[in-house]
Design a protein around this ligand. Structure first.
Ligand code: UT7
Length: 329
């Protein structure tokens, strides 16, 4: 019998209505539209505003959108995985909050934390659950309310991030479509360059952690940039080489949207022209775990059955990876 593969059979997405533009940021910190655009490619981001709104309020509409697009009832879902660095709470897991908001009653679920590579880690995990033959419908969500951990007085980070969520449904496929290969990597020595120090067991919340701004993202941009350029390009190249794929075989590169310059370097290393690169960083900024599924959501009408697509990410941890998917929808 043909091996069970995990095909992506539906995509869903959600971004909140409120916008934070470069012009808005010019009024908040010492920056310019010109600097932001040329250094990052970002023009605007969507921000989830409102008391009591959390990451699950981004993920739940994305999952409902996915159910509508596939024509399924939420109760058909067997397992829900949420990749996020901004969980609603430390515990219980965000997957539980999302299930409750969507009305998913028959599933188990859990969160995965791998920063900007979270969606790829979760997709590979979800695919393995399908490949085991034990479950038929696994939903993988990438969702982050980055505005909840951004210091809007720090011009080096506040211009980068936005809020959003994207989701895919994985189902068994016996015809060779779906997640075909994945290379995931991590290097804990990179943790010092991109992190949020306060609130965990290392520095439990205290007046001091608040005063020291330890509940906000810290990023040393240049080393992260350097590692990201080589890490994302190398792992993508390794993936296509070990599967004997050439640039002509690849329909789309779906890169994590952290910086247009990192994306361009990855595409160049793979020999791909700009038309084959999904890009929406200008509209959403860096939504961490949500960037890749939001690309799939935005470009869903341009994808064709049988397309070879390469998803690639690099992020805090460091974590990075690349995944080869043969598109089914
Ligand atoms: O998604 C997870 C992984 N994260 C990433 O992949 C992000 C990787 N890093 C980057 O994308 C880039 O490093 C940044 C976009 C964060 C920064 O760009 P850069 O080209 O590395 O700039 P820089 O940090 O070297 O700063 C250059 C200059 C500095 O001024 P001086 O020291 O040259 O006078 C900064 O103070 O730009 C200044 N600067 C700004 N100026 C205007 C930093 N932020 C701003 C700003 N507006 N918002």
């Amino acid at each position: 019998m043909e091996k069970i593969r995990a095909a992506i059979t539906a995509v869903g997405g959600y971004v909140p209505e409120d916008l934070l533009t470069n012009a808005d940021l010019e009024k908040m910190v010492d920056t310019t539209d010109e600097w932001i655009k040329t250094r990052t490619g970002i023009t605007e981001r969507h921000i989830l505003r409102g008391e009591g709104k959390a990451t699950s309020d981004l993920a739940a509409p994305a999952v409902l959108d996915l159910c509508r697009n596939r024509g399924i009832d939420p109760n058909e879902i067997d397992c829900l995985i949420v990749a996020t660095v901004t969980p609603d709470m430390f515990f219980p897991n965000t997957a539980n909050f999302v299930s409750d908001k969507v009305g998913i009653k028959n599933a188990w679920g859990f969160d995965i934390l791998a920063a900007c590579s979270g969606f790829l880690y979760a997709l590979t995990t979800g695919a393995s659950i399908i490949e085991s033959g034990r479950y038929k419908k696994v939903v993988v969500v990438g969702a982050d309310k980055m505005s909840s951990i951004v210091d809007y007085t720090d011009r080096t980070t506040c211009i980068l991030f936005g809020d959003g969520a994207g989701a895919v449904l994985l189902e068994p496929n016996y015809e060779g479509y779906g997640v075909l290969d994945s290379i995931l990597k991590s290097d804990g020595s990179g943790g010092k360059y991109l992190n949020m120090k306060g609130g965990g067991s290392y520095h439990p919340p205290s007046h001091e952690t608040v005063d020291n701004k330890e509940h906000y993202i810290f990023q040393d941009g240049q080393p992260v940039f350097k590692f990201a350029v080589t890490g994302m390009a190398d792992v993508s190249y390794e993936l296509i080489e070990r599967n004997h794929l050439t640039a002509d075989d690849i329909a789309w590169l779906v890169p994590h949207q952290a910086n247009k310059r990192i994306i361009d370097a990855t595409a160049r290393r793979m020999g791909l022209s700009d038309e084959k690169v999904m890009m929406n960083i200008h509209r959403y900024g860096n939504t961490t775990a949500a960037t890749i599924p939001l690309c799939l959501w935005d470009y869903r009408d341009k994808l064709n059955k049988g397309d070879n697509i390469v998803l690639a990410a690099f992020g805090g941890g460091f974590t990075w990876g690349a995944t080869w998917v043969k598109w089914w929808i």
